[in-house]
Design a binder for this molecule. Structure first.
Ligand SMILES: C[S@@+](CC[C@H](N)C(=O)[O-])C[C@H]1O[C@@H](n2cnc3c(N)ncnc32)[C@H](O)[C@@H]1O
Length: 230
């Protein structure tokens, strides 16, 4: 699927000037892909409310035509695979080639591509759903409106968006994860501000869940469901 007006095939950011946050994010996740995949492989099993939001999203997509769904920032593909188990025609996109390689290894029946959520190689209105599950957290806040505009562009009218992120203000620096010599900022976000930003991008917020941290988490977790109006 080639996006009209998009980048020329084969021309990647690395051959132009790539925004520094993308380079930093890729370097970080390339280093930790295998450890991350192993650590989080079964995480959803212990998170019923998170699964409930994914199930609601899947039902909404199925009942409004079931068009293809992308998980942007899919990492090792565990959430992509869960959405597939809920009956969705879903594929994953991630900035990190090592994450995409890991996702293909762990889920050989599913499709995963290297790419950026800020510049998806998809036609306008191609999708019934977009999921960004803890993957917006490395995008500088000033670039979130443009990212939401990109989600709106690729969604068909009536399509659905699901976001998950940690609640808070400002970034948290994570250094030497799993003992690897890398570091990256993780942005904690304010659900009301994200909801306003979605609204301004033309994505109507339909539901928001903020739950308390469980034993493995330090802060509250937010889940926002939005849709592109018909
Ligand atoms: C915390 S991990 C979450 C992975 C997966 N969604 C999960 O829950 O297991 C964040 C992922 O988002 C990806 N990512 C961050 N910014 C991205 C962007 N602009 N485009 C595509 N992927 C991105 C990273 O490479 C990383 O794999």
């Amino acid at each position: 699927m080639v996006r009209p007006g998009g980048r020329a095939p084969g021309l990647s950011f690395s051959s132009m000037t790539e925004p520094s946050h993308l380079t930093a994010t890729r370097t970080f996740y390339d280093a930790i892909a295998a450890d991350y995949a192993e650590h989080f492989a079964k995480e959803l099993q212990a998170k019923p409310l998170d699964r409930a939001m994914l199930a609601a999203f899947a039902e909404l997509v199925r009942t409004t035509g079931g068009g293809p769904v992308v998980e942007v920032g899919c990492g090792p593909g565990r959430v992509t695979a869960y959405l597939h188990s809920l009956g969705l025609d879903v594929f994953g996109v991630d900035l990190s080639p090592a994450m995409v390689e890991t996702a293909r290894r762990d889920h050989p029946d599913l499709r995963f591509h290297v790419g950026s959520m800020m510049d998806l190689d998809l036609a306008d209105g191609a999708l019934g759903g977009v999921v960004a599950w803890y993957s917006l957290i490395h995008t500088p806040p000033e670039l979130l409106p443009a990212t939401f505009a990109e989600f709106r562009r690729v969604l068909a009218p009536g399509g659905h968006l699901l976001l998950a992120f940690q609640v808070g203000d400002g970034p948290l620096r994570v250094a030497e994860p799993f003992g690897h010599p890398v570091a990256l900022d993780f942005n904690r976000l304010a659900p009301d501000r994200i909801a306003d930003s979605l609204d301004q991008a033309g994505l109507a917020v339909r539901a928001r869940l903020v739950r308390e941290p469980d034993a493995t988490e330090k802060v509250r977790q937010a889940f926002l469901l939005a849709g592109k109006p018909v």
